[in-house]
Design a protein around this ligand. Sequence first.
Ligand code: B3K
Ligand code: ZN
Length: 877
Amino acid sequence: MSQQAQIKYRQDYQVPSYLVDKIDLTFDILDDNLVRVRSRLIVHRNPAATAANVLRLDGSATLLSLQLDGEALGADAYQLDADGLSIGNVPDSFILDVETEIDPVANTSLNGLYASGGSNLYTQCEPEGFRKITFYPDRPDVMAKFTTTIIADKQKYPVLLSNGNKVGEGMADKKRHWVKWVDPYKKPSYLFALVAGKLSALKDSYITASGRRVALEIWTVPADQDKVEFAMGAVKRSMQWDEERFGLEYDLDIYMIVAVGDFNMGAMENKGLNIFNTSAVLARQDTATDADFERVEAIIGHEYFHNWTGNRVTCRDWFQLSLKEGLTVFRDQEFSSDLHSRAVQRIQDVKNLRQLQFPEDAGPTAHPIRPDSYIEMNNFYTMTVYEKGAEVVRMYHTLLGEEGFQKGMELYFKRHDGQAVTCDDFRAAMADANGVDLTQFALWYSQAGTPRLTVRGDYDPVALSYTLHLTQHCPATPGQDDKQPFHIPLALGLVGRDGQDLPLQLQGEAEAGATTRVLDVRAAGQHFTFVNVAQQPVPSLLRGFSAPVKLVFDWRDDELAFLMAKDSDPFARWEAGQAYAERLFKQLIAEHAAGTPLQLAEGFVEAFRAVLHDHEADAAFKALMLTLPSEAEILEMVDVADPARIHAVREFVLASLAQALRGEWHEAFDINQCGIYQPDDAGRRALKNLALAMLTRLSDAWPEEAAGQQCMNADNMTDQMGALLALRDRDGDVRTDCYLAFAERWQDNALVMDKYFSLLASSQLPCTLDHVKAAMTHPAFTLKNPNKARALLGSFGRNMLHFHAADGSGYQFLAGQIMLLDDINPQVASRLVTAFNRRRKLEPQRQQLMTSVLQQILAKPGLSNDVFEIVSKNLTA
Ligand code: B3K
Ligand code: ZN
C-alpha cells in the first residue's frame, strides 16, 4: 500500500468539535502565481462535541501566520502536518486569523485555486479543495456565513466574482481595485467559489413566482460570448420548472455561471456562482450537436437544482454524497422528461446506466450508493452514487406516486433546511410524510451489486389465472458476499393477443384496476396471481425500468418481436428489442467461438424492418429502437469476454442489418433530410445519421459520397459529426479529405477539436493507435486539459478493438499516459485507469497483460492516492 494512503470509514463519523459562525476571506491577487489569502474565522465550540478542546484545521497551503484572538501563535502553539494543523487548549469561542500563500499557476490538479486560459483564476472546492486555499475545518457539516473580498490589478483582473451578492467595490490604490461579496446563507466550504480575470457576460433577468427579480449572468472569455444564448434560456427554464414541479424558488438576487475550459468534471454548484466546463455551457448549432444541446440544458438544470438539493440542505459527510447527487440527477432527469420526450429520456438514462453503472457494480470498485469507506473521495463521484442513486430516488417516486413523493420533499425541507444531513434523514422524511415503512428499502443504500430478478409466468386456461413466480438474487461484490433481499417495485402489464393491455386483478381483489401496476417485491422468492385473465398474456415486465435490476424472463423470440411492436409502454417496447438483441448476441458469440458460420435470425431482421416501417413512431424513439446494445453492454452479457470476438460479432450483425434492410435505410436517409437547421428536427437528424452510418457499411460508393457531401455542406454540427462518424472506419479519400478539412476548419475551437480527437481514438481502422499517438503532438492537444485527455485517451480506453489489442499495445500505451497524467492531474488519471476495471471479465491472456501494466502503474514512484485506490482494488478483486 502506498505510504500516505489512509482509508476513511463511514462508521468513524464524529461531530465537529468546533463550528464556524462566520468566515471573512480576503484574496490579495499579487499575480497569477502569487495569491495571499487572509481568513478570519469566528469559532465556537460545538455543544454536541465530547472530544478534547483541540481545534483541527485541514490545510496544505503555505502558512504565513496564525493569530488567536489577536495574538500571534508561535510555532510551538500548534502542530503542522502534511494535511493540516491542530491547536490545543483553545477557548470555547474565539477569533482565528489565518494567512496563507498559494501559486495558482503551479496548481495543475485543477482542485483548489488554479489558473486557466492565460492568467484567469478559478476555484474548485468540492469535496476537499478549500483546504488547498486556507486552513479550515473543510467538511460539509461545518456551515458558515462567508464574506469574500478580492483585491487585484484592475487591468489584468477586471472581473472579480464570488458567492452571494456584491456589496461594495472600489479602488485599493491607483492600479488595484477591490470587490466585496456577501453570501447571506450558511454553507460548507465546498460551495465556496472565486473567479478573477478578463471575462465578459451575457446578462438577463428572471422574475420568480413570488415576483422577485433575479439577475442572471453567464461569464466566459470574450471569444465565447457568441455561444451562451442557449444556456441562458436553459437557466430560465430550470428556474421555472423548479417552481412549477417542486415549488422551489431561487433565493439570492443574482445567479452567475462562469465557463472555464480547464475543468475536471461537468460543472459545480457553488452557491450563486456555478462554475462550468465550457463543454457544459457553450452551444451553437454549428459547433454543438443535438446531444450537446441536451447535455447543456440538463447540466444547467442539474447545477441549478442543487441550490435546494445540495446547498440549502447539504450532506453531513461525504459518504452521504448520493443524498444530493442521486436526488439532483433524478430532478434533472425529470426536468428533461417534462420538457422533451419522457420515453426517449428514460431510454437514454437506462442505456447510460446499463453501459456504465452496471459494469461498475459488477467490478472491483463496486460500492453501495452510500459507500462505507474511501481513500480518495474524488473517486466516489461515480455512476453508482449519481445514476444508481437517481434510480433509488425514482423508486421512492414509483412507490409513493408524485403526490406522495412531493409530500416527502416538503417534509424533508421543513425538517432540514439549513442543515447537513444523511441519506437516512431523506428516507425518514419520505416514510414519515406518507406513513409507510421503508425499513427494507434502506438496503438499497448499503448493498452494492445489480440484483437479478428472475421471473417465470404460468397461465392456467381453466382457472383463467396467470401466476408470476419471482426470485431475486444479488451477486457478491467486494466485501459483501451475502445480500439480503431488496424491496423492488416491479411495474408490469399483461398484454393480450391484439396488443391491448389486459385488466389486472390480483387474487383477493374485488375488481380490476389500472393496466400497469406496481408490485412490491420483498422476498427472495415470491409469487403473484392475477385472476380473470381471459387469454394467455405476454407479460410486459419492469415497465419504465421501475427498479435498477437485471430482469430475466424467458420470452420467445416472437413474443419479443410482438412487444417491440405493440407494448403500450414505450420503454418496454425498446427493452424488448434489447432483450431480443441480447439473446441473439449470446448465441452468435457462442457460434463464433465454435467456428460456426454466423447467420442473423430472420425474425430479428423482420423486427427491425417493422420499426423502420412504423411511420407513426417518433423519429428519436425509432433511432433508439434501431440501436443495438453497445460493445460495453455486450461484454456484461457474457461470462468470459474476448473483446475482439464481441467486436466482430456486433460488426457482423450491423453489416447484416445494413444489407438486409438497405432499401429501408435508404428511405430513412432520404425522408429525414431536414433542410435548414431547426432544433426540433433533432430526432429526424438522429434517424437519418443512423441510416447513413448503416449505409456506409455497404460496399456501394454512393453512401460514402453522400457522407462526404453532408460533412462539407452541413449547416450544423450534428450532421457534420454524423457524417464523420459514418466515415470513421472507412478508409479512403473521402474520409481523409473530410477529416483534414474538419480539423483545419475548427483548429481554434477547443470543444470541436475534442470531438475530432474522440473520433480518431474510437476508430476501428488498423492504424488507430498510431493516429492517437500522432494526435498527442497536434498543436491543439495537451494532456493538461482534462477535456483533451478524456477525448483522446478516454475514447481510446473504450475502443474495444484497439485498446484490447491482443498484443497488449493498447494497454501499454494507456498505462504510460496515465502515469504521465498522474503527476499533472490525479483526478483525471484516476478516471482513465477505470478502463482496466473489467480485467476479470476478460479471457486469460488479456487479463495477464492488464495485470502486468497495472503492476507497472502501482510501482510508479509518488503514485497519487487517486490512482492507487482504483488500481489496488482492481488488482485485489
Ligand atoms: N458536485 C459537483 C461534482 C464535484 C466533483 C468533485 N470531484 C458537480 C455536480 O454533481 O453537480
Ligand atoms: Zn450534482
